[in-house]
Design a protein around this ligand. Structure first.
Ligand SMILES: C[S@@+](CC[C@H](N)C(=O)[O-])C[C@H]1O[C@@H](n2cnc3c(N)ncnc32)[C@H](O)[C@@H]1O
Length: 343
């Protein structure tokens, strides 16, 4: 290696041997994780992307550069997403997810132009996330959602309309409208071609989620979330979904059957990504994420690749057991990542 090449490929260090970003910047050299890259040295499959690092053209998972990919492998997402994107409207739902968190996950597990499906779409966290990818990511994803509660379908449209009015007023381009289909996902999935979805990103309903969503009282919601998962009556209601998901076992079976069918729609190189919160109830921890992962794996041709933990630092702490019993304050949710099993 000649001297000049040696200069460009070594770490740019200051007098103490630390990385000197300022100097690297002054020398106008692209930097990958502190290392200065000689762009003449890039392989045919590598491309330097200004300010983002090196993109590998063989990347089949996403549009991230090596540097971004490394960051995206972190098993904890420790970000409290601010209550934006018409949060007041969306919070009528009660189980809504931050659209920008969805956009981040979409960016990790799909490429620009890919198709994303959310069979339990609610007020459209996934759909809005897919639209954000056009302006705050590597490009628009086409998203399709299913939702069986008409109110949430209406609300998604209202959210999009208001958000776009505000964006136009700020001189920003509007978010694309995605397709939210009204109906039961078990029926609507039949209209989706096999192997046509690159990413299935969803947030599963609990056994009586519909009722939880309809209460705007946060405290009541939290209390009722701690309700029965063993089929015993709670407020005279054992099966509020009306779909046989009254007990935990029935709920798991229902989810496993649905994901088995959903998996047909996902391409062999695609991913299935599922939000699921664990719960604490009746003095024991319900490891719902583990239970759901095993139930899905045992039925659907999907293999668990990761459990990402979304830690939301903005969540309030509670003191239910104090000072006699340890009761966790649930400030995280799990994000199960499945790969489609090879033929
Ligand atoms: C946890 S919420 C999803 C919230 C969503 N991530 C958001 O950001 O608004 C689950 C949604 O699934 C819907 N749902 C439950 N069972 C369904 C079914 N069989 N078909 C379609 N939607 C269903 C519920 O009405 C609920 O809105």
């Amino acid at each position: 290696m000649d001297d000049d090449r040696h200069r460009q490929s070594r770490l740019v260090t200051d007098d103490d041997g630390g990385f000197d970003a300022e100097r690297a910047h002054e020398e106008s050299l692209p930097i990958e994780d502190g290392e200065v890259i000689d762009t003449d040295e890039l392989a045919d499959h590598q491309r330097y992307v200004e300010d983002r690092g090196i993109y590998d053209e063989r990347n089949r998972v996403n549009d991230l550069t090596g540097r971004e990919w490394k960051y995206a492998t972190k098993s904890v997402i420790d970000e409290g997403y601010p209550p934006d994107v018409q949060h007041d409207l969306r919070s009528e739902h009660g189980g809504q997810k931050p659209p920008r968190l969805c956009a981040d996950l979409i960016g990790r597990f799909s490429k620009a132009g890919d198709t994303v499906l959310d069979p339990f779409a609610g007020v459209g966290g996934t759909l809005l996330g897919a639209s954000f990818c056009e302006h705050e990511g590597t490009g628009l994803r086409e998203a399709i959602g299913f939702e069986r509660n008409e109110r949430w379908v209406e609300l998604y449209r209202e959210v999009l309309e208001r958000e776009n009015e505000e964006r136009r007023a700020r001189g920003e381009p509007p978010l694309a409208e995605q397709e939210l289909r009204y109906g039961d996902c078990a029926d609507l999935i039949e209209a989706i071609d096999d192997d046509s979805v690159d990413l299935l990103l969803t947030d599963v309903p609990y056994w009586h989620m519909d009722e939880l969503e309809q209460t705007r009282n946060e405290h009541e919601t939290r209390e009722s979330k701690l309700g029965s998962f063993d089929g015993t009556e709670r407020d005279g209601d054992t099966d509020a979904n009306g779909d046989g998901s009254g007990t935990k076992a029935e709920w798991l079976e229902d989810m496993a059957t649905k994901f088995d069918r959903f998996a047909d729609a996902v391409t062999p190189e695609g991913h299935v990504v599922v939000f699921i919160g664990d719960m604490y109830r009746e003095q024991s921890y319900e490891f719902l994420s583990a239970d759901l992962a095993r139930a899905i794996e045992s039925t659907a041709p999907l293999t668990l690749a990761a459990n990402l933990v979304w830690y939301d630092p903005t969540k309030d702490l509670h003191v239910y057991g104090y000072p006699f019993s340890f009761v966790p304050s649930m400030v995280h949710q799990n994000v199960l990542v499945f790969r489609v099993e090879g033929e």
